[in-house]
Design a protein around this ligand. Structure first.
Ligand code: CA
Length: 754
């Protein structure tokens, strides 16, 4: 074969090296291009077997259109001069259209697509790619600047395409990371293959639209896709409650690993799918789930689930009830489900006929649940049965310790011993257990089998106090200068004394401020700390007074950037004292802006005294789009005294059920004279709207306004237990979602009627 390598630039320089190899008459060109014009020239003359190589370096604002018609033997290739050294940045993207195209080796970072897709297997609605492959590309934090502006990183159209060995990490704005579309007949029954990809950490979005992979849409969900999803690694894909949303028929999900990912592989729509050999490791993390079964003809076999803490629809294993004659966008009844040989170990919830209600009244039928192994070290009964499950034939299942109380037969209760095998999975020892649970030869897909070798699978967060310690003296500007000089993870150790801070302390990295001894801070701007994109704040052992703040309404000690933030932040307040936040009205401790999201806000062993606003103002997402400001607000062992606003105004509007949060926890704390300010419109000491999980116990509430708790969507869990109410009315809980009976649990509280 005679092979030519040509180097082309827009200047017209042309270097041709002819490499003559023996025995073959056809010629294939390898063309190295150094700018966009040269690329376009090269593409014009492309022929089957040719390769275009992009020169190493940064290509800004390059909207690549890669078209051509190769053949199975002679595909047309677009690749990097050196894999990993070609960076598409700015407003770049990639569209493929034609036949037998291969793209590899490119990295998308430091920018975002000007269209709605970064990598698209089509050029336009009618010009699709078929028999094509995208392999070894990286998309790294290539996000729209606006958190809730929707885009998609990879969209597969056409037929017989493959997406493999790619690395996708850090999708932070709204929109599924990757999807297969079936929107025209040319994209249906597509036989795509999605394999050996590394789906790296995707943080909590705080709204619907944070799925990692979707196959189909509800509109085409009764159409077959024949897509194979195998040997992929889903690493902490936490975006929302569906990790994978399957919405079409005849797909195969095989041998994927789900590592500590919140949510489930959801068989949301579409029939006759096969789910086998997948591994779910929850590691005991909140909301880690397994498989949710809906629709007809689903086979779920040889899957392994361990340490999954998910509840309700997000449980380790969930079989839903359907809607009789369901509209295409609701829930088709489960029929002919074959659930066989799965292992579910140390996981919290197995739910059958889940979602049973007046609408979802069709219980599963003609189904089998056999040879499954269910084991929990603590002997807990993990089954919840919501409706008639006589349509499921239970046979030869083995359960460790606790029997499922509502299921009379089909389970053998055995005191088994679990041993971890060389493949990393737990198996039951004992005679007759060979065919129970997953097969011995199941091979988990490990992280290093996926993605590319030349791009690091980095940890997503820099922990507080993981860097160096910098001492700061109480001198003019010293704190401001120290913040600017510090690096992510550093600790600023404030030596004893008084600090008057004359400038905003703006944080675009995680920093800890720790007082040594008696450290007093005041500030002269409308906020002391402003958390910017990339910033996180940990405060330890400081006294902060608002006495020097401007005599204007609306100051805050801590606020988030007024601009939308892509990166979730963390805020921790430990052993802190806040006083004199009362120079004017509406002085808050923490104010979150619209478009910002906290992974967690944690308060421990702190006191707050004389505050004219709210302590936590987390209510700026007022559009009722299902968006909110913080996933977890956790308060422990703290005191709040004379707060005119509420302890927290927390708002999650909307009626979709796509988020696990918000969560609110208040433990062993005291509220005294909270919520009575005349500007506090809600006239409450605590306002929780649409919060999904609320836990309050061991607290004392004195001379305070009542709580207002609005249950708006899903099955919110509110537990108010063992608190003391002194001259404080009972909590007001409203069921705004369904007109259901009140679901809040109020127990063993003193000072209010039970
Ligand atoms: Ca969703």
């Amino acid at each position: 074969m005679s092979k030519q390598v040509a180097k082309v630039s827009a200047m017209g320089a042309l270097l041709v090296m002819a490499l003559t190899l023996f025995g073959c008459a056809t010629s294939a060109d390898e063309i190295l291009v150094e700018d966009q014009k040269a690329y376009n020239e090269a593409l014009k003359n492309i022929k089957p077997g040719d390769t275009i190589k992009l020169a190493d370096g940064v290509w800004r604002d390059f909207e690549i259109i890669f078209t051509g018609n190769g053949s199975a033997e002679k595909p047309i290739t677009l690749t990097a001069q050196t894999k990993g050294r070609v960076i598409l940045s700015g407003q770049s993207n990639l569209r493929l259209a034609g036949e037998y195209l291969v793209v590899s080796g490119l990295v998308f970072k430091n920018g975002f697509t000007p269209t709605s897709e970064v990598v698209s297997f089509r050029r336009s609605k009618d010009d699709l790619a078929n028999n094509s492959r995208v392999t070894e590309i990286v998309i790294d934090n290539y996000n729209q600047p606006e958190r809730y502006e929707v885009d998609f990183w990879v969209m597969m159209y056409g037929k017989n395409n493959r997406f493999d060995h790619n690395h996708l990490v850090g999708k932070r704005n709204k929109g599924v990371t990757m999807a297969v579309r079936l929107n025209t007949t040319d994209s249906q029954e597509n036989h795509h293959r999605i394999d050996h990809n590394y789906f790296g950490p995707r943080p909590i979005l705080g709204s619907n639209g944070g799925e990692t992979l979707r196959i189909g849409t509800s509109h085409y969900s009764r159409t077959n896709s024949f897509t194979i999803v195998e040997n992929n690694y889903f690493d902490r894909c936490d975006g929302e409650l569906e990790i994978i949303s399957n919405k079409s028929g005849k797909n195969i999900f095989r041998s994927n690993t789900f590592y500590q990912s919140r949510g489930t592989l959801t068989m949301r729509h579409g029939n006759n799918n096969l789910v086998e050999g997948n591994i779910f490791f929850g590691n005991g993390a909140d909301h880690t789930g397994g498989i949710r079964v809906i629709n007809g003809g689903q086979t779920i076999r040889n899957n392994y689930m361990e340490g999954l803490k998910g509840t309700r629809f997000g449980g380790a294993f969930v079989v839903m009830n359907g809607v009789p004659n369901s509209p295409i966008n609701r829930y088709d009844q489960v029929k002919d489900a074959d659930i066989f040989g799965n292992t579910i170990v140390d996981s919290d919830n197995i739910q059958l006929a889940a979602g049973s209600d007046a609408e979802r009244s069709a219980a599963p039928v003609d189904s089998r649940f056999a040879n499954n192994l269910i084991y929990n070290e603590d002997g807990r009964d993990t089954f919840t049965i919501y409706d008639d499950v006589s349509g499921i034939d239970f046979t030869d299942n083995v359960i460790g310790r606790a029997p499922p109380q509502s299921l009379a037969s089909g389970f053998q209760m055995m005191d088994i011993k679990m041993t971890r095998a060389e493949n990393g999975l737990l198996y039951a020892d004992g005679d007759g257990l060979e065919n129970i649970g997953v097969a011995k030869d199941l091979q988990p897909t490990s992280k290093d089998m996926t993605g590319v070798s030349w791009f690091l699978k980095a940890e997503p967060l820099i922990a507080f106090a993981s860097g160096k310690t910098i001492e700061v003296k109480p001198e003019d500007n010293a704190l401001f200068n120290a913040v600017n000089a510090a690096e992510a993870g550093d600790v600023l150790l404030l030596l004893p004394g008084s600090y008057v801070v004359g400038k905003f302390l703006k944080l675009d990295k995680p920093l800890t401020f720790k007082g040594e001894g008696d450290v007093n801070l005041t500030f002269e701007r409308s906020a002391l700390f402003e958390i910017l994109d990339g910033g996180s704040l940990q405060l330890i052992n400081l006294n902060i007074s608002g006495a020097d703040a401007p005599d204007n309404a609306g100051n805050s000690v801590i606020r988030t950037s007024p601009y939308a933030m892509l990166q979730n932040y963390r805020l921790e307040i430990i052993e802190m004292n806040f006083i004199d936040l009362d120079v004017n009205h509406s002085f808050n401790v923490v104010t979150a802006a619209k478009g910002t999201f906290a992974d967690h806000i944690l308060i421990q062993n702190s006191t707050f005294k004389d505050v004219t606003g709210a302590v936590f103002k987390l209510d700026k997402e007022s559009d009722d789009f299902g968006i909110y400001n913080a996933e977890y607000l956790t308060i422990e062992n703290s005191n709040f005294d004379n707060v005119q606003g509420a302890l927290v105004d927390f708002y999650r509007g909307g009626t979709d059920e796509s988020t696990f949060g918000p969560h609110f926890s208040l433990q062993n704390s005291t509220l005294s004279h909270v919520g009575s300010g005349k500007r506090n419109k809600s006239k409450s000491s605590l306002q929780l709207h649409g919060v999904q999980v609320t836990d309050m116990s061991g607290n004392t509430f004195k001379n305070s306004q009542p709580f207002l708790i609005n249950h708006t969507v899903g099955e919110p869990k509110t537990r108010i237990i063992k608190n003391k109410f002194i001259a404080t009315p009972a909590p007001l809980v409203s069921e705004l979602n369904s007109g259901l009976e009140p679901t809040a649990i109020l127990q063993d509280n003193e000072g209010i009627d039970p």
